[in-house]
Design a protein around this ligand. Sequence first.
Ligand code: NI
Length: 178
Amino acid sequence: MGLRNIRLYPDPVLRVECQDVEAFDEDLEELVHDMVATMYDAPGIGLAAPQVGVTRRVAVVDVGSDTDEQSLLVLVNPEIVQTSDITSVESEGCLSIPEFSEKVKRPEEVRVHASDVTGEEFEIEASGLCARAIQHELDHLDGVLFVDHLKGLRRERARRHLKRLQSYARTSDESGAS
Ligand code: NI
């Protein structure tokens, strides 16, 4: 168990539609444990399994302070079952897209159905930053990145940044760096 490498754009694993978790076993427990450790280490407020190279529907979110142990959310096979009509526009970033943030419009509140690491199903309602983080992480499970939601000038800015990340990745490949 331990920290896992965070996959960076343009790693193709970030574009995969992830599969449901079927076995609530030790492998899942280890994956969740490692994802939580990797998220806190980054540090980030959320992480999805494909970001550590695992194409299963698992996400972790923690938007609370580090003294609040209740703020950790482990979402296995999560589904958004309801969203509010009210939206908000706030800045977002992603551990897989370094050094870039942009404002994204999303529903302000969501209701999510998911299983915990033991397979027990539950439903939660979230709003504000927590709702935003959940939506961002659940997008990852469908191969969607936050930059995909951008339009106009914001999209153009993102496109230029992604191009830089792409050429950086190519340069690293050519130099044989691991
Ligand atoms: Ni992300």
